[in-house]
Design a protein around this ligand. Structure first.
Ligand code: HEC
Length: 149
């Protein structure tokens, strides 16, 4: 009986650890998807003319990015050691081998957002803002993001 309890307990602990890891991976992925929503689903689509320019939506997207981007270092504090199930992208293990360098990719994004805040008035200035922010997102992705499919 005791043996069964121990075995079942160990299995549950194992499952718990796997779930926690998946939860961390999902949290990291969700943070990125949220930023992608602001930058690609709102800002880029307006730049391309796929949706019409909307100042309030631009301001909200910039504000959301301003709040979300500084959360990257803490959200990626732990290596989940697994990818989000069926995810398109995963983290390179270099993130945690080189966490200080990874974290150093965040302030340039924060600065790019601060530099354009309040200056976006039309599609032309939105395009300038998009290029500048996206370039800094890419600086991190080039080294630390892995395409899974
Ligand atoms: C400091 C590094 C870093 C910065 C800065 C960064 N990202 Fe990421 N991003 C990652 C890593 C690592 C992944 C892969 C892990 C994941 O998807 O959870 C990722 C994944 C993504 C993905 C793929 C999500 C998916 O569907 O799986 C998108 C989209 C994305 N980032 C958008 C952005 C945008 C937009 C910005 C800038 C506003 C940004 N990222 C800034 C590190 C970064």
């Amino acid at each position: 009986m005791l043996r069964i309890v121990v075995v079942v307990g160990t299995l549950l602990l194992g499952a718990g650890a796997v779930m926690a890891q998946q939860a961390i991976a999902v949290q990291q992925d969700n943070l990125m998807r949220g930023q992608a929503k602001s930058l690609y689903d709102v800002i880029l689509k307006m730049v391309k003319g796929e949706i019409s320019y909307n100042q309030a939506a631009v301001d909200t997207a910039i504000k959301d990015l301003e709040e979300s981007v500084p959360k990257i270092p803490a959200t990626f504090a732990t290596n989940p050691k697994e990818n989000v199930v069926n995810g398109w992208y995963g983290s390179s293990k270099k993130v945690w081998q080189n966490k200080a360098d990874f974290d150093s990719k965040v302030p340039p994004v924060v600065k790019a957002i601060a530099d354009v805040k309040g200056k976006i008035k039309d599609v032309a200035s939105l395009k300038v803002a998009y290029d500048s922010i996206d370039g800094k997102c890419t600086d991190c992705h080039e080294t630390y993001r892995v395409k899974l499919k």
